[in-house]
Design a protein around this ligand. Structure first.
Ligand SMILES: [Zn+2]
Length: 198
């Protein structure tokens, strides 16, 4: 059964010693509703063909989420960098929110990003959405291509993380002020609808 809980109450952190850092990273988040999600810290994470391993080959990553298994993996080094832990963990949690956001809100978000692209707004609010935005081909919006849909999701997660860190500067926060303000208003409305489904 779904439960309405504070974010740190929803997460099962491994190892237990990291639980306090995780709770601090989630300060200010609204209540979430859903089944428990495991957060597992590992010394190193290598992504290779959709699998996660402790060593190469593949690409080294900070974090990875497995939505059906309800598990988030984070690189252990993040425990030494509270603001990056906050940014990256919120991004991962909002992957779960996106999955359950519902078509109405997803369409709203899509319209917002499509309007930005039509205005040729450059920049983004995280590397994950930035490279996908740069790789979009003309016509991607109309075709609702896979890359476009991935971009919508990553931009949603990056923007959610930015929303909670927006008073700080970060080299990956490159979107212009006008677009940031629109996204901020959109997220303020979303947060007012808490508990958010995860
Ligand atoms: Zn992501």
């Amino acid at each position: 059964m779904a439960r309405r809980v504070s974010p740190e109450g929803l997460l099962r952190v491994k190892p237990r010693e990291a639980a306090k850092a995780v709770a601090q990273a989630l300060t200010g988040l609204p209540a979430l509703e859903g089944k428990a999600v495991q957060v597992v810290f590992r010394p190193a994470l290598w992504a290779c063909r959709g699998r996660l391993q402790a060593r190469p080959p593949g690409v080294e990553v900070y974090a990875a989420s497995f939505l059906r298994r309800r598990r988030i993996y984070l690189e252990k080094n993040l425990l030494g960098d509270p603001s990056e832990l906050r940014r990256i963990l919120i991004h991962e949690i909002f992957h779960f929110v996106w999955l359950r956001l519902g078509n109405g809100r997803r369409r709203e978000w899509e319209a917002l990003l499509a309007a930005e692209l039509r205005q040729r707004a450059r920049g983004e609010l995280g590397h994950s959405s930035q490279w996908r935005k740069q790789a979009l081909k003309p016509g991607a919006i109309r075709a609702r291509s896979r890359r476009w849909r991935e971009y919508l999701c990553e931009s949603f997660c990056d923007s959610a993380a930015w929303y909670f860190l927006r008073s700080a500067s970060h080299p990956e926060f490159t979107l212009n002020k006008e677009c940031r303000q629109r996204r901020e208003r959109w997220f303020a409305r979303l947060m007012a609808c808490a508990p958010l489904p995860v």
